[in-house]
Design a protein around this ligand. Structure first.
Ligand code: PLP
Length: 370
């Protein structure tokens, strides 16, 4: 049996006709940049996330970049974030000449530890950038407690978390100054290429994001600010509009699959410390189902030989990346992030995964330990 890490074709098979119609509509309109398709998608996402503003952009990376540009970051400014994330989280900070200041993660959630983040806040801190990693919301209440009184904004990296809710039922991207989403094809809501979006509650901030998305101009050819071309394609918006109404059902299927993994691992008595599965928390939408194991690389090879796709998100924590050498970090600076980088393994969790496939995954993990 083959179990790929992700099977995009299985999803597409159920949507093919609707997507053809949507693409055809854009092609016939010959309206490819912003326009009605993009506005309609933005309105759909704003409603979905319970926020007044949604601004479609070119990628999740550009969502983060434009949100930080709107804060007017300058060289010497600091942004506090997690060292255990996709590169873009810290890359956008450095691209603006600011300094990523890392705080370690909570090993139980893989998310920024609020107390550690609070301890790094300094006069130069201009924003805190938590990541809702793997589709589980970071603890926004603790983070807000730590920063709100000091007037420091929170920019949420919600790239992996569309539809996730926190312990109080609030949607990812709805509590910070901005929520930054990615529609990279492997995210829970995947485009046919690159696309992203920023959510915002503040009218003036949303307005600034809309201006920065088109080279800082309003009206056209009159530039108040230096922005960039950060627009989402109308074709991508049209595809995403077809998919969005299915997102909650897909997230529910991912949660069901996560429950099944936990039950199968317990049945195989692998929950005795050999395999640590993510906790069952409400609102987790499992963009990834990430286990921790001591002999991660050997298990990954074993599963690969059994036809099972896995991935390591992420093998090198950001503070140890070569490009950030100038920050002066070394091994041991963020032990929880470094341990995670050694031990994590993402198992297939996509909505269409079958019970038989999951049984084979867990059976193959069991045979590794025997
Ligand atoms: C995917 C991702 C991004 C970047 O999104 P792109 O659309 O690929 O640019 C940023 N942060 C995190 C945590 C991500 O997973």
């Amino acid at each position: 049996m083959r179990v790929p890490l992700l099977d995009l074709r299985a999803q597409h098979d159920t949507l093919r006709d609707d997507i053809r119609v949507a693409i055809e509509r854009v092609v016939e309109s010959q309206h490819f940049i912003l326009g009605p398709e993009v506005s309609a998608f933005e309105a759909d996402v704003a409603r979905y996330c319970g926020v007044p503003h949604a601004i479609g952009v070119s990628s999740g990376t550009d969502a983060l970049l434009v949100a930080l540009m709107a804060l007017d970051l300058a060289p010497g400014d600091e942004v506090v974030t997690s060292p255990f994330s996709f590169f873009a989280t810290a890359g956008v900070i450095a691209r603006l000449g600011a300094r990523p200041v890392f705080a370690d993660i909570d090993p139980a959630t893989f998310n920024l530890d609020a107390a550690a983040a609070a301890a790094t806040i300094a006069p130069a801190t201009r924003a805190v950038l938590p990541v809702h990693l793997f589709g589980r919301c970071a603890d926004m209440d603790l983070l807000l407690d730590a920063v709100a009184a000091r007037g420091i904004p929170i920019i949420e990296d919600a790239a992996q978390a569309i539809g996730a809710t926190d312990a109080r039922g609030r949607a990812a991207g709805s509590t910070g100054l901005a929520g930054c989403f990615s529609f990279f094809p492997s995210k829970n809501l995947g485009a046919f290429g690159d696309a992203g979006l920023v959510t915002a509650r503040d009218d003036a901030f949303a307005d600034l994001l809309r201006i920065l998305r088109v080279h800082g101009s309003r009206p056209k050819y009159y530039h108040e600010r230096v922005g960039g071309n950060f627009r989402i394609d109308a074709l991508q918006a049209a595809v995403l509009r077809v998919k969005l109404p299915h997102l909650d059902a897909w997230s529910a299927a991912r949660r069901r699959n996560a429950d099944r993994y936990r039950a199968l691992l317990a049945e195989a008595r692998l929950d005795d410390g050999r395999v640590i599965a993510p906790d069952d928390v409400p609102g987790h939408i499992y963009n990834q189902f990430v286990i921790r194991v001591q002999q991660r690389d050997a298990l990954r090879d074993h599963l690969g030989a059994a036809g099972i796709g896995t991935e390591v998100y992420y093998p090198v924590p950001l503070h140890l990346q070569v490009c950030f050498r100038d920050l002066g970090h070394g091994p041991g600076d963020f032990p929880a992030s470094e341990a995670a980088a050694r031990e994590v393994l993402a198992l297939p969790i996509y909505p269409e995964l079958t019970e038989e496939q999951q049984a084979w995954v867990v059976e193959s993990i069991r045979s590794f330990f025997d």
